[in-house]
Design a protein around this ligand. Structure first.
Ligand SMILES: Nc1nc2c(ncn2[C@@H]2O[C@H](COP(=O)(O)OP(=O)(O)OP(=O)(O)O)[C@@H](O)[C@H]2O)c(=O)[nH]1
Ligand SMILES: [Mg+2]
Length: 449
């Protein structure tokens, strides 16, 4: 049990209407006894005068809230001060709090860490809270709230319960080998293991939707130099993010913009123009740009290949080689340059004709992207609940153990593998063996959370 009382500004730093300072720990009530004009009722906001504990100088007139533990966010005694959000008020209050014995500023994520230590939240709920604070789009918010509400935790705990029950059967078989227990216990256990394996597999087989929603769906703009890739990025972003020029090979680095398409976070990146240049070229920078562009295209969820309409009889082979016909879009740019509507010789692809100069076709391209994102990510309610590689790795390890448990006829060995499988599931919610993981997870939090 943490003995020190911690405090921190929980709202963003800087000038604001209101700033909230949170205090948690066994001595939290000292703030209300030594620094406040009155002691509020539990969980009822009270207007108080706040004083420096030493010289009694008035710091602010503010709202104070008193949450006696364990019915608080951290499970400890908590005080919240809703101050006027000026820098001097906040700094003065922080300095005053530091004067109280056994008080110290909180470290990043320390409030949530205490909530976890006091069983207020499990690890998946902690992660959900962290994601909610970081959420930038509606779908991210919904996913984070579901996780914070314990959706993943309930799923994993359900699997763990099933495993524990199987283990109990097996233990009975081990402890009473001569007794005629129910006929065919092992067959039943093996059947249950198979069933659990297939349930977990089903959740893993989700095209990484939860992780992609958390991290952003990646769309790469690729194509030969001068096709108008940077112009397209600017048109999609509706601002001048990338440099546009008629010099072939203008873009060298990857330039990214974040878009919100139908509530989903999308990261669109502009890349260096692809062309064949000799390995021993003097322009090592362009070569590196092309190498990065190709790598980026390979790891993207979707490529938009941009070509100049005037090159229609000879589309760049380097770019075409990168494309997969079923999952990539071809964009023909500079359509303002031709009067007629020429046919485009890439019939297998989904082709959109645009002009970043006149704006023609940009809306219909955006519409296609929106449709693609929605069909690719599924309805936001259909997520598998897996939102991090950490969850995925633990489930894969769990599946391996379940697989091994089926390979033996000895109940002792089978039980050992099931025990391992249980531990891997426990790692997801933080029930076992997670000390080394905790620092990594709580480090993602800001001070004051
Ligand atoms: N006429 C016309 N010109 C365009 C259009 N889009 C881009 N351009 C011009 O084409 C040239 C190249 O545009 P960029 O957007 O820099 O092309 P890029 O593909 O990013 O080129 P690199 O970065 O060199 O690979 C610039 O001079 C743009 O003004 C268009 O729709 N119509
Ligand atoms: Mg460019």
């Amino acid at each position: 049990m943490a003995s020190e009382t911690i405090f921190a500004l929980s709202t963003a730093p800087g000038q604001a209407g209101v700033a909230v300072i949170r205090i948690s720990g066994s001595k939290a009530k000292v703030v209300l006894e030594e620094m406040s004009s009155s002691f509020p009722e539990p969980r009822v906001a009270a207007l108080i005068k706040l004083f420096d504990p030493e010289d009694k100088a008035e710091l602010d007139r503010c709202l104070a809230l008193w949450f006696p533990g364990p019915g608080s966010f951290t499970g400890e005694d908590v005080v919240e001060l809703h101050l006027h959000g000026g820098r001097a008020v906040v700094d003065g209050t922080i300095e005053a709090l530091a004067k109280l014995p056994n008080f110290r500023p909180a470290e990043a994520g320390e409030f949530t860490r205490r909530a976890f230590d006091n069983d207020k939240l499990d690890l998946t709920e902690v992660e959900g809270l962290s994601d909610l604070i970081a959420a930038e789009t509606e779908a991210q918010r919904k996913q984070a709230i579901r996780q914070m509400d314990g959706e993943l935790s309930k799923l994993v705990e359900g699997w763990r319960d099933r495993l524990v029950r199987m283990l109990a059967y097996l233990e009975a078989e081990i402890d009473f080998p001569d007794e005629e227990l129910e006929e065919g216990i092992s067959t039943q256990v093996k059947h249950n293991i198979e069933q659990l394996k297939s349930d977990i597999k089903h959740h893993l087989d989700d095209s990484h939707r939860g992780e992609r929603l958390r991290n952003g769906i990646k769309i790469a703009i690729v194509g030969p130099p001068n096709a108008g890739k940077s112009s397209l990025l600017n048109a999609l972003a509706r601002r001048e993010v990338a440099i546009v020029s008629d010099v072939a090979g203008t873009t060298r680095d990857i330039i990214e913009v974040h878009l919100d398409l139908s509530g989903y976070p999308v990261i669109v990146s502009d890349t260096a123009g692809l062309r064949e240049i000799e390995e021993n070229t003097t322009d090592g920078i362009e070569l590196e740009g092309i190498r990065r562009a190709k790598l980026h295209a390979e790891s993207a969820d979707l490529c938009l290949a941009v070509f100049d309409i005037e090159d229609r009889d000879n589309f760049d082979q380097e770019t075409l080689k990168l494309l997969d016909k079923t999952s990539n879009f071809v964009v023909i740019n500079k359509c303002d340059k031709t009067e007629e509507n020429p046919s485009i010789p890439v019939s297998d692809f989904d082709v959109t004709k645009i002009s970043t100069k006149s704006g023609e076709g940009i809306d219909s391209l955006l519409e296609k992207l929106n449709t693609w994102v929605i069909s690719n990510m599924g309805q936001s309610g259909s997520s598998s609940g897996i939102t991090r590689q950490r969850h995925r790795s633990a489930l894969i390890e769990c599946l391996d153990s379940l697989g091994r448990s089926l390979e033996t006829d000895l109940p002792e060995l089978c039980a050992e593998d099931l025990r391992l499988a249980t531990r891997y599931l426990g790692r997801i919610t933080g029930k076992v063996d997670v000390e080394e993981l905790l620092d990594v997870i709580f480090r993602d939090f800001c001070i004051g959370k």
